[in-house]
Design a binder for this molecule. Sequence first.
Ligand code: URA
Length: 233
Amino acid sequence: MASAGLTSRRKADEWIKAGRVKVNGQMVNELGARAIWGVDRIEVDCEGIPKPSARLYLLLNKPFGYMCTLKDPQGRPLVTDLLRDIPQRVYPVGRLDFDTLGLLLLTNDGEWAYRMMHPRYQVPRTYKVTVTGEITDEAIRLLKKGVQLKDGPTGRSKPTVISRNPRQSILRITITQGKSRQVRRMLDTVGYDTVHLIRTGFGNLTLGDLKVGEYRHIETEEVVSLKKMVGMV
Ligand code: URA
C-alpha cells in the first residue's frame, strides 16, 4: 500500500489492524501477511489499490564499451542510452565492466535491486569467460573452493571447463556475490588473464535469444520468482 503511494508504512499497518484491508477477498488482520502487489487482489475499504505499472524490470544484453553508471565524466556511452520508449528513470542492478558483455538487469525498484545485489541472498550469476593459456585442474579446484581477494574471500564458485588448449581456455563459472570485477580478479588470483567475459545468467534469467544491445521487459512470473529468491514474497 505504501509502495502504491496510498499511505505511509505506519498508516498501512493501522489500516490492516483496523480490518480495512482485504487480500483476494479475505480480510487481513495480521501485520506482515504476504501479498504480491500486481498479482494478488489487494483492496482497501473494498476498493482495489492501483496496479504497479510504474515498476519496471528490464533485461538488457549489454554490448562491449558501455558504462553501467548514470553519468560518465569521460562521455562514454551509457547502458541507459540503449533504452527507447522507457520514460521512467531506471538504473542498473549492479555493474558489468566497460569491457564485459551480457545480461544486465535494470529497474526502478530500489528494494529489489538492493536485495538482488546483497550477498545474503546468494543470487547466482553465471559467466562465460575466456582466459589465455590452458587452465589446470588445480586452478579449477581453487576457484571451486573460493579465493582470497584483497577485499575479502569470494566464497565458493561453480566452474566448468567448456574447452581448453595451450592458447586459451573457455569456462562457465557461477558465483553468488557481486564484488567489483570479481570474475576477472578470481581468475587473475589463480594465474590467468581474462580476455573475454560475458554474463549469461542472473537468478533464473538467461540471455536467451536477446541480441547484443537489445532489451526486454521481464515477465511478471519471472519477477515473482526472482522476488521469492530474495525473500520479498
Ligand atoms: N566479474 C567481472 O570481473 N566483471 C564483470 O563485469 C562482472 C563480474
